[in-house]
Write a protein that binds this ligand. Structure first.
Ligand SMILES: Cc1ncc(COP(=O)(O)O)c(C=O)c1O
Length: 458
């Protein structure tokens, strides 16, 4: 059996609330007593601050500390916290009911809108989370092709469920990791079914030749290739020029279903996600996070020929699918995004201003920060000192894993929290339409001071 990788980033423990009798500490102690692991999601465990409310670009913790929020709850809050039009739409919808064992008109309206917007969408299905909807896509691809294996890429995340819970953040230097051109599938969690990964093949991303070599061995067995179109979960690495087109071409040649996991990129890189932004259309795509601006709604979208099998031959179900409030949130959010053609230019401009400002603040403090990504979502990290002046490109997970000093970034996150800026410990930054010029200035001021403090520690 492959070695299990514990999902732990090097990161200092709880950031704020070190004062014995703060509300923060009291709440965290209560949480530890009754919530397994002290949280409701593993991604929250490194830094479980207890919050009381959020508005626009800002959140407040239970001691009244205010933060500019670049976590956006791991991405969904494309319009920031508690946007008035979204909350009003949800509130109005909820006065008429929560969920029906049938259809409702706004659900059909949302499906019509998604089919209009998303290039690969002849048909859609609604669900609640990205993880479950990835499973629906894989089941559909298997039914369509009559094949069983699925290929995912090292460093990509497609939810926490067994069939894809491998090689998300594996060690890269042990014998269990395989080789760079042919990585092994490394288990992400204990407790996974013994045969969970039997149908999974792992490949390095952004390397068409390595993929072709793997396909020479496995193409006849593969139902699907699933990819984050931009590797947001590991370093926010963008696809090399022509890479997604090559994936498209290889899938066509070998009759493999190409699946874009747009859970992060959807409604964030562009209204129609990465398939619009990079101009390559997959067979199936999964949307989550930003589609309903923080309410639990996910979307499986795809070609009629494949999606049509969801007529009872292939099963997808869910008691809580298409809740009225979630559908209302998605309609309101998409309407906001559509109402101003400059929205995405602005989101990317804000991100790019942050990227440039952070890199220059690091230079001023005598260190190097690398930022990567399209702007509306990006990654920041500090290269290991041992990397020296090596500036070779970062193209895949192994480059990311060997480049960044995560412990140093963890200390930076702590310094930023102390200066009123809330960041994700993995290095990913999410930008919302609520982030203002003042927020950016305040964030860069905080970064200059945090980087000086970081430099003085060394
Ligand atoms: C690319 C990607 N796919 C799937 C998922 C899983 O989505 P969810 O957390 O809604 O289950 C995530 C979550 O972060 C993700 O980033």
């Amino acid at each position: 059996m492959n070695k299990v990788t514990p999902f732990v980033y090097e990161f200092p423990p709880a950031i704020v609330g070190t004062m014995e009798n703060s509300n923060q500490v009291k709440c965290q102690v209560r949480a530890q007593r009754v919530l397994a692991g002290g949280v409701s999601s593993q991604f929250r465990a490194t830094d479980p601050i207890v919050f009381s409310h959020g508005r626009g670009s800002r959140i407040w913790d239970v001691d009244g500390n205010e933060y500019i929020d670049f976590t956006l709850s791991q991405g969904p809050l494309i319009h920031g916290h508690s946007h008035p039009s979204i909350i009003a739409a949800v509130t109005e919808a909820l006065t008429r009911g929560q969920v029906w064992n049938g259809l409702h008109e706004p659900e059909i309206e949302l499906a019509e809108k998604l089919v209009e917007i998303i290039p690969c969408a002849d048909l859609v299905r609604l669900g609640c989370t990205g993880s479950e909807t990835v499973q629906a896509a894989l089941r559909l691809a298997r039914a369509f092709t009559g094949r069983s294996k699925v290929l995912k890429f090292e460093g990509h995340y497609h939810g926490w469920l067994d069939s894809v819970a491998a090689s998300i953040n594996p060690p890269v230097d042990g014998p269990e990791s395989g080789t760079a051109p042919k990585p092994a599938a490394v288990r992400w969690s204990s407790g996974m079914a013994r045969h969970a990964l039997d149908d999974l093949i792992v490949a390095p991303w952004n390397d068409g030749d390595a993929l072709e070599a793997i396909l020479r061995e496995h193409s006849g067995e593969l139902a699907a290739i699933i990819t984050e179109p931009c590797m947001c979960n590991s370093g926010c690495v963008e696809p090399a020029t022509g890479y997604l087109a090559r994936l498209r071409e290889l899938c066509d040649r070998h009759r493999i279903v190409l699946i874009f996991d747009e859970v992060i990129t959807g409604f964030r890189l562009a209204l129609a996600g990465a398939q619009q932004y990079y101009g390559v259309v997959p067979d199936l795509a999964i949307f989550g996070k930003a589609v309903a601006s923080g309410f639990p709604l996910s979307v499986l979208a795809g070609r009629r020929e494949i999606m049509g099998i969801l007529d009872g031959r292939t099963i997808h179900a869910g008691t809580l699918n298409a809740q009225t409030g979630c559908v209302a949130a998605a309609l309101a959010s998409v309407q906001l995004l559509e109402s101003d053609r400059a929205t995405y230019d602005r989101l990317h401009a804000v991100g790019n201003e942050l990227k440039a400002g952070l890199e220059s603040a690091a230079r001023a403090a005598g260190c190097v920060a690398i930022t990567m990504g399209p702007g509306s979502v990006f990654h920041m990290g500090f290269p290991h000192a041992a990397r020296g002046a090596d500036r070779s490109p970062i193209r895949n997970y192994r480059d990311v894993a060997s480049t960044y000093d995560m412990a140093k970034y963890g200390r930076f996150v702590r310094h930023m929290a102390g200066r009123g800026v809330r960041l994700i410990g993995r290095g990913i930054w999410y930008v919302s339409t609520a982030h203002s010029a003042k927020d950016i200035q305040q964030t860069l001021d905080a970064a200059r001071s945090a980087l000086q403090a970081l430099a003085s520690e060394q």
